[in-house]
Design a protein around this ligand. Structure first.
Ligand code: BG6
Length: 493
């Protein structure tokens, strides 16, 4: 699996994502021996920098995952001997031709004419996706082997712009070679979701409206858009995390069992379930925006206090909604989705609340049946884990019951080492040509078809978001929304 010659080029190499995620992930793959011996990593961006200046820039962000490892610094330096930088404009074909020459030179020097996989990571703003992809495909593609291109979101901002982007990219890039990345799919817990569902008979039969009362997908961050307001204001929380990350989680959670673990079979099932989601009813949507809050002597700035945000913006930084899947398995089950910035904690999780057990033999001991029904929680981050709340007898002579959990904490159970970063897994998948965890064009289309009417309504009607203080649990409207189905947010909002 490690054979082959690999030439990576990171476009947007001087940017934040490249520094924080892409280079560290490539380095970790190298560190753990997942890259072929013959590899080079090029960086391309507009800033004028020498190779050495560029290396100094990324050196500090390369993690030594096993922090005590003595050889880490040595490996960092070894990795950096394979890193090169080329400056160029994003719209000038001549600059791409020079990049091609520079890459070919290194490849020649390292492994001669052998068949080479070129992998492009487009870590760039959406406004230049098309020129970069076109120029890279036309002038920098591998002459001897395959070329694969990783594209970062946002893939458009509605159905129309996403279609236009897909068409423009498709002129030079075959779908087969296009890898649309959604880093949530590379998270350890999300990988485990389908394993848990389809390989355990104790869960398999329970996975439907017969036993599940509601499903919650919660995403919260305890920081605002600080400094990213310019980007964020054009997108808002629904496009930023719900249309992609949270919908992908929902699809994996709710899809039917795929015919096999092949990428096409899995994605066939995901797209089917996304298409079965009922059009979103605006009455089932709550929007919020965080406002500033006094904090000791200082102030936690509100969304509108960010200089990069246009004054008076109504862009939602929080959204909660109820989605329904109109198929036999999920008829009537509310899927409650909640996502927000500048809330009281950073956490992402899926909560599955089951019906109470019929008959209710222990009604005296259990009190409120709904509250004491079973709940299965996938803690995506932080503190990755899976736990199942069950009712159990408190040891002793009396008959007192309690809710307790069967608990799989990754930290204690798998204490061997830190979990790989999502980007690491996903880049390795691209090297290996595995598309299971990447978004196919019809999935993207289905996702936009679902959310575009709602986003249009928000913008056309200029719906005002409910304000919530920085660091709070979000707008109270989300609480009322859930209570319509007699549900409480399991993360206690
Ligand atoms: C990104 C969003 O896709 O995901 C960010 O653009 C968000 O706004 C981030 O903060 C969250 O990712 P993670 O892996 O830190 O939960």
């Amino acid at each position: 699996k490690k054979s082959g010659k690999l030439s990576i080029c990171v476009f947007g190499a001087s940017g934040d994502l490249a520094k924080k995620k892409v280079y560290p992930a490539i380095f970790s793959l190298f560190y753990d021996g997942h890259l072929p011996d013959d590899f080079v990593v090029f960086g391309y961006a507009r800033s004028n920098m020498s190779n050495d200046e560029f290396k100094d820039r990324i050196r500090s962000s390369l993690p030594c995952r096993i922090s005590a490892a003595k050889d880490c610094d040595v490996k960092v330096e070894k990795f950096l001997t394979r890193c090169f930088y080329t400056a160029g404009q994003y719209d000038d074909p001549e600059d791409y031709k020079s990049l091609d020459v520079a890459m070919a030179e290194q490849e020649q020097a390292l492994w001669g004419d052998k068949k080479t996989l070129r992998l492009f990571y487009l870590s760039i703003p959406p406004s230049i996706f098309v020129p970069v992809a076109q120029n890279a495909a036309r002038h920098v593609s591998s002459k001897s082997g395959e070329t694969r291109v990783i594209v970062e979101k946002p893939f458009g901002r509605d159905l129309e712009s996403s279609r236009a982007l897909t068409e423009a990219l498709a002129q030079d890039l075959a779908e087969e070679h296009t890898y649309r990345i959604d880093h949530y799919l590379g998270k350890e817990l999300i990988e485990n979701l389908t394993v848990l569902r389809f390989s355990n008979i104790v869960f398999q039969p329970l996975w439907s409206r017969t036993y599940i009362r509601n499903v919650q997908i919660n995403f919260s961050e305890n920081f605002g858009t600080e400094g990213r307001g310019g980007y964020f204001d054009n997108y808002g929380i629904v496009r930023d995390v719900i249309q992609n990350h949270l919908l992908q989680i929902l699809a994996l959670f709710a899809m039917e069992e795929p015919a096999s673990l092949d990428a096409e079979d899995i994605r066939d099932e995901k797209v089917k379930v996304i298409r079965s989601i009922r059009p979103i009813d605006m009455d089932n949507v709550v929007l919020g925006q965080y406002k500033g809050k006094r904090d000791g002597d200082g102030v936690l700035p509100g969304y509108l206090d960010d200089d990069t945000v246009p004054p008076g913006s109504r862009c939602p930084t929080f959204a909660a909604m109820a989605l329904f899947i109109d198929n036999a398995r999920w008829d009537g089950v509310p899927f409650l989705i909640k996502a927000g910035k500048a809330l009281h904690k950073r956490q992402a999780e899926i909560r599955v609340q089951f019906h109470h057990s019929p008959g209710n033999l222990y009604k005296k001991q259990l009190g409120n049946r709904e509250e004491n029904s079973n709940e299965l929680v996938f803690r995506i981050q932080p503190d990755e884990g899976i736990y199942l709340n069950i009712n159990s007898k408190i040891p002793g002579l009396g008959m007192r019951l309690d809710q307790t959990d069967l608990d799989l904490q990754y930290k204690t159970k798998y204490s061997g080492g830190a979990l790989p970063d999502a980007y690491e897994r996903l880049i390795l998948d691209v090297v290996q040509g595995d598309k299971r965890l990447f978004i196919r064009n019809d999935e993207l289309e289905a996702a936009w078809k679902l959310f575009t009417p709602m986003l249009d309504r928000i913008e056309e009607d200029e719906i005002a978001p409910e304000l919530y203080p920085y660091g709070s649990r979000g707008p109270i409207g989300a609480h009322y929304l859930a209570s319509r189905w007699n549900v409480r947010w399991g993360d206690t909002m």
